[in-house]
Design a binder for this molecule. Sequence first.
Ligand code: COA
Length: 336
Amino acid sequence: MKSLTMQGAKILATGSAVPDSSLSNSQMSEIVQTSDEWIVTRTGIKERRLLTGMNQSVIDLAVLASMKALDKISMNPSEINLIILATSTPNDLFGSASQVQSKIGAINAVAFDLTAACSGFVLGIVTACQFLQNGSYRNVLVIGADTLSKWIDWSDRSTCILFGDAAGAMIIQSCSKENNSILNFQLNTNGNYADYLSISYQEQVNPHPILNLYQGAFKYVSMNGKEVYKFAVSQVPLSILKCIDSLNISINDIDWLLLHQANERILTAVAEKLCINTNKIISNLSKYGNTSAASIPLALDEALQINKISHNDIIVISGFGAGLTWGTVIIRWKAF
Ligand code: COA
């Protein structure tokens, strides 16, 4: 990436949105056989937000998060050239990004969905950077938004306790190389383990009588929790190490570790493996659970709101999840 960079990319603003309705662990224990103690000990999650009510979709959260980011810098939506919506829970299999484009009034923007589960936002930033750094576009809106509550089997205690709904947005603009804030990335996929975490398509038993065509429907989230845990704890540190090595910086240069908010134990284990002080971990998953593609921009937006991050801080961001996909982006935060 570094050698091909013609221009820089800088982050102008972030925004986030969560539904009003929350579900605590004790409320969860009225739905499935579980307890606050079990969930907190194994995951660190205390509550999550759910998008309840009729006709509410991932679009509503994505639009709200985007408008908040635009408002922060008083940017007219017509200045956005490209919208990348990272989501695995669209309200339309043909894509939801165009509905976001319409609702925020980004009349000049091309818009498309990007599906990479909990790594979606990292892949979204990297994709945006390709368009910005080669000079194709000036302003890109990257959104991570998911409503996994709609795809969960609410009688399966091994998955329903983990997830929540949210959206986060980031506006990235092309700039001079000197002002570049997206320093490096490292991405990976291993489809051999796709069945560790999936929302798979199930065909009906009987085909169409004339066409021999099997139609079907999507199932609920299914997960091999132990294997996903082992994958994250073993592979994410390697991705981070590759990324910082090729950038010629050291672990000590890292100011903040912002991992996909899946499980507090994963966050701590990755930090400890890399000998990163655990007080450098950005974490808000106790309030929201795993919000998939939204988790990284939501946590970043909250950290910025409380002035946790300072000018020139190095933030290591890693996403991981279904696919399996995982990857790292290194950012130097610049307050403009
Ligand atoms: N409440 C109470 N008990 C539960 C439970 C719940 N919500 N879910 C599972 N259990 C039970 C199991 O039935 C099992 O009981 P048994 O020993 O009688 O069979 C026991 O708890 C242990 O289950 P296990 O699946 O081995 O737990 P675990 O220690 O692996 O923890 C996870 C489960 C899901 C918390 C853990 O595997 C994990 O966090 N994995 C990563 C998941 C993840 O982050 N996915 C998203 C990645 S993007």
